[in-house]
Design a protein around this ligand. Structure first.
Ligand code: UD1
Ligand code: UDP
Length: 364
């Protein structure tokens, strides 16, 4: 079986970390295409080295742009690639614009689409990712779900149950596979932060960055945190922080460039709590036993709230302050969600080997 695996943005690289070796071990011929949606060394290269990922077979150089420009450019380049290569399937991961572009380009060429991380829903159509998830899942021939609840979401939307496989969360497998590699990573100490005595923050969702009053609310809450805060800022967020009231050395908030994957896991493990709007960080904090405060209007990672690892709050300084206080007081133990384990990539292989049911009409 020949598969092309599409990646483009930071969370995509992590999702294929455990997947590529598992596909190779199973004798599946899988090649990576990198759209180039993320391109800075700190947003792309570092993940290939941290995760020992093979260099992409193709790099498309799509870069930044509006949603239509970015998605459309990726589609045009992927269409050309898929037409030349005619793989048996195209596998897409997550919910970024590169995911949608890969699914659309493949489906129109009648190449079956496999979606890893299918069925997550925030029910907030103002999120670009929710649009990407809905469309990608409708186009997918095989839907690989990460958590309980995802299958029900898909069935309600009319997806045939025989197309859905509950494989578990590949982000969780990646955390577990990399735990032993965190030893000796002392990035918190290098920043002068005591182990277990700081808060780690990440913010990059447009619902926060593109609303000055929300970003200011988050900035105010971080500035008032009872513990020092380390904030590796996404390139989307960085230029907006000064106007929101956070400068390089605002009180005890330390702004840094984005950090690599292993440093990020080490920082999450050593933090007293995490404040974030990231999807992946909600999951990783849950795996690493660190209480999480998610600053958003909704979350598609409801399962992390259900197990007691995560709290959802609006971008309001008092609400964040209260939730952070509660998170810092809360016990650091909970049951991790079902199938957030080391066997996710093996379940993906088993699903692929069971045969992809072609979309209706392709045989005509
Ligand atoms: C994208 C995903 C989001 C994901 C996030 C992960 C979509 C719609 N959004 O958001 O779901 O959570 O990636 O990080 O696909 N930039 C750089 N260097 C880079 C990449 C981006 O400077 O290497 C800057 C550019 O100014 C760019 C902006 O960040 O315009 C946004 O990048 P983009 O890929 O469009 O969206 P993200 O906010 O990164
Ligand atoms: N991450 C990282 N360095 C950072 C911020 C995030 O390695 O400075 C990792 C994080 O640990 C997780 C992934 O990037 O594995 C999540 O990506 P992001 O928050 O950008 O996207 P989302 O998951 O929200 O789509």
């Amino acid at each position: 079986m020949r598969i092309i695996v599409v990646v483009g943005a930071r969370p995509n690289f992590i999702k294929v970390g455990p997947l590529m070796p598992a596909l190779g071990d199973a004798g599946i011929d899988a090649a990576l295409v990198h759209t180039g949606q993320h391109y800075d060394a700190a947003m792309s290269d570092v993940f290939f080295s941290d995760l020992d990922l093979p260099a992409p077979a193709w790099f498309l150089g799509v870069g930044s742009g509006t949603h239509a420009v970015q998605t459309g450019t990726a589609m045009m380049k992927l269409e050309e690639l898929f037409s030349a290569e005619r793989p048996d399937a195209v596998l897409v991961v997550g919910d970024v614009n590169s995911t949608l572009a890969g699914a659309l380009a493949a489906a129109k060429l009648q190449i079956p689409v496999v979606h890893l991380e299918a069925g997550l829903r925030s029910r907030d159509m103002s999120m670009p990712e929710e649009v990407n998830r809905l469309v990608t899942d409708q186009l997918s021939a095989m839907l690989l779900t990460p958590a309980t609840g995802a299958e029900e979401n898909l069935i309600v939307e009319g997806v045939a149950p025989e197309r859905i496989h509950f494989v578990g969360n590949i982000m969780a497998e990646s955390v577990l596979r990399n735990l032993s590699r965190l030893e000796g990573r002392d990035i918190a100490a290098a920043e002068g932060l005591p182990d277990g005595g700081y808060v780690l923050a990440t913010v990059h969702r447009p619902e926060n960055t593109d609303h000055p009053e929300r970003l200011a609310g988050i900035a105010a809450a971080l500035a008032a945190s009872p513990l020092p805060v380390l904030f590796p800022a996404h390139p989307r967020t960085r230029p907006l922080l000064a106007a929101a009231g956070l400068s390089q050395h605002a009180g005890h908030v330390r702004l840094t460039e984005p950090v690599g994957y292993l440093d990020m896991l080490a920082l999450q493990r050593g933090a007293a709590a995490v404040v974030t709007d990231s999807g992946g960080v909600q999951e990783e904090a849950c795996m690493l036993g660190t209480p999480c405060v998610t600053v958003r209007r909704s979350t598609e990672r409801q399962v992390t709230i259900d197990v007691g690892a995560n709290r959802l709050v609006p971008a309001d300084d008092r609400a964040i302050d209260e939730a952070l206080g509660a998170a810092l007081e809360s016990p650091r133990s909970w049951e991790v969600p079902e199938r957030w384990d080391l066997d996710v990539s093996l379940r993906v292989v088993t699903a692929l080997q069971s045969g992809i049911i072609g979309p209706s009409g392709y045989e005509a």
